[in-house]
Design a protein around this ligand. Structure first.
Ligand SMILES: Cc1cc2nc3c(=O)[nH]c(=O)nc-3n(C[C@H](O)[C@H](O)[C@H](O)COP(=O)(O)OP(=O)(O)OC[C@H]3O[C@@H](n4cnc5c(N)ncnc54)[C@H](O)[C@@H]3O)c2cc1C
Length: 471
């Protein structure tokens, strides 16, 4: 890995954002011998340098010092800012999309490659870049066992979760709750230990702690202007650029660069799978923070038809403390029972699109509300979770006090219609044949399924199209 020293050099490609999509696209471009510069706003850590304390990792790995809010201040937005992006902070759960999600995408976007057969080779190619495992039943912790028992007593169907991990060394007593702030044993298959590493070997140049502020476009060359780690204003040029800054990052960059006039749908169609965590307080210790953090999920056709899914999940103490309602003694009395908490989360497949805009300061503003259908969906999930806890001897149930958006999607939605969408089925912006995107911003709507494997597959597909168009 080297730093871009010569800002006068023209690259074949600049990739903005070193999250999940950016590295997958960059790797393919480097394989073809292209000169590629990657710009990432966040810092570059490795297994020895990831921040250890929860409070430090929140402030050092996320935009907004840990959490951002929508304009109504009732949705917490978690947006990674680090080399590796979401792959550093996420749970690495990898699922292919089902027919329900892809049929809906095809209908909304008009892109016929959104079907399971056409995407299968790209899913295969993405999976080949990773080690993927199902967590063996013997490692399920107390939280997972409550999830399983509660599901079975209520007649709900569950399934094991599939994770992108190599060797989590559970026999050595590893607690994977820690890897929410970067994996210290390089087991989690983040992009820095997979495709990014391979791209560096092929000559990828990375400048971390460089925030792209605006983009200036001509048909021949695109200039990216921004601020580096020393506070200096710099610009880089390339024949083509690839936007991999995520739903909010891409929308903000293009809005601040004046693209809204030619791309009226820019910033619209924002979805977030709002997730709510409910805590069950038990008399016995559950130790949800021990061993594999998550190992089971709902696999229930009724839940899917009702637009929600459940996962067994937990979080470190600061995050749990933010979710627990009440103040002073009441709050403390719940937090003291941290080791006695079980936790189940409901994720809503949201149907009411939000909109990303920019304030006069240039900061992103996210307008996002649940409509009555989404609120009903959420209530159905809450009801199922209460049933699970009640069937397993819970003492008290604490509903998390606000929802969180972790799967940030849309803003540059893909479609055939240049008025209602931003990104064409060839992955360039409508009317701009040298500006591409294939990350979570191009999602046409909320799939209701963990997005990262599909981001990887689509990024591979997009890279093949970009290479084809360049030759
Ligand atoms: C706590 C958590 C748990 C999750 N768990 C899962 C899971 O288990 N499974 C799953 O499938 N998904 C999960 N997700 C979601 C998943 O990680 C994201 O959907 C995915 O990372 C999106 O990929 P991306 O490439 O579109 O963007 P990101 O991974 O968000 O990467 C975008 C990058 O662009 C950078 N950037 C933004 N603006 C600029 C700029 N102006 N200049 C330079 N750089 C910029 C950002 O700093 C960031 O590093 C989780 C997310 C979170 C937060």
């Amino acid at each position: 890995m080297s730093l871009a020293k010569d800002s006068k050099k023209d690259f074949d490609f600049i990739v903005i954002g070193a999250g999940i999509s950016g590295p997958f696209v960059a790797h393919e471009l480097c394989k073809k011998g292209a000169s590629v510069l990657m710009l990432e706003a966040g810092p570059h850590f490795n297994r020895d340098t990831y921040p250890c304390k929860e409070i430090d990792s929140n402030s050092q790995l996320y935009w907004g010092g840990g959490i951002e809010l929508n304009t109504d201040a009732d949705l917490g937005i978690l947006r990674p800012k680090v080399v590796g992006g979401g792959s550093i902070v996420n749970q690495a759960l990898v699922d292919r999309f089902d027919k329900i999600a892809l049929d809906s995408w095809k209908e909304v976007s008009g892109a016929d490659f959104f079907n399971q057969e056409k995407l299968a080779p790209w899913y295969d190619a993405a999976e080949a870049e990773l080690a993927i495992q199902e967590i063996p039943a013997k490692y399920r912790n107390g939280n997972a066992l409550i999830f399983k028992e509660g599901f079975e007593k209520n007649g709900f169907n569950w399934a094991p979760l599939i994770r992108a991990q190599k060797d989590c060394r559970f026999d050595d007593g590893n607690d994977c709750i820690e890897c929410l702030s970067g994996c210290r044993i390089d087991s989690k298959q983040s992009t820095p230990v997979t495709v990014l590493k391979r791209a560096f070997e092929l000559g990828l140049v990375l400048e971390s702690q460089f925030e792209a502020k605006t983009v200036r476009w001509t048909p021949e060359v695109v200039t990216v202007m921004g601020v580096n780690r020393y506070g200096e204003h710099k610009s880089y040029r390339a024949k083509k650029i690839v936007l991999g800054a995520g739903a909010i990052g891409n929308s903000r960059l293009l809005l601040n660069s004046g693209f809204k006039k030619s791309l009226p749908a820019l910033g619209r169609n924002f979805y977030s799978h709002p997730q709510s965590m409910l805590l069950g307080l038990y008399d016995r210790p559950i130790n949800a923070h021990k061993g594999p953090l998550q190992s089971l999920k709902s696999n229930d056709a009724t839940f899917r038809a009702n637009y929600f899914k459940l996962e067994n999940v937990f979080a470190p103490p600061v995050a749990i403390a933010m979710l627990v309602p009440g103040l002073a003694r009441r709050h403390l009395s719940v937090m003291k029972r941290y080791a006695h908490m079980a936790c189940v989360e409901v994720a809503v497949r949201d149907t009411n699109p939000g909109e990303i805009s920019v304030a006069s300061s240039g900061r992103a503003r996210v307008f996002k509300r649940l409509n009555s259908f989404d609120r009903d969906t959420q209530a159905k999930g809450f009801k199922a979770i209460h049933q699970i806890f009640k069937a397993t001897g819970v003492r008290e149930i604490v509903d998390g006090r606000f929802s969180i958006g972790l799967h940030l999607m849309g803003g540059l939605n893909l479609g055939t219609d240049p008025v209602r969408s931003v990104t064409s089925p060839d992955f360039h912006l409508h009317g701009y044949k040298n500006i591409y995107s294939a990350d979570s911003s191009i999602f046409p709507n909320a799939p209701g399924i963990n997005p990262s494997l599909t981001i990887m597959a689509i990024s591979k597909m997009a890279a093949a199209k970009i290479i084809q168009q360049a030759s």
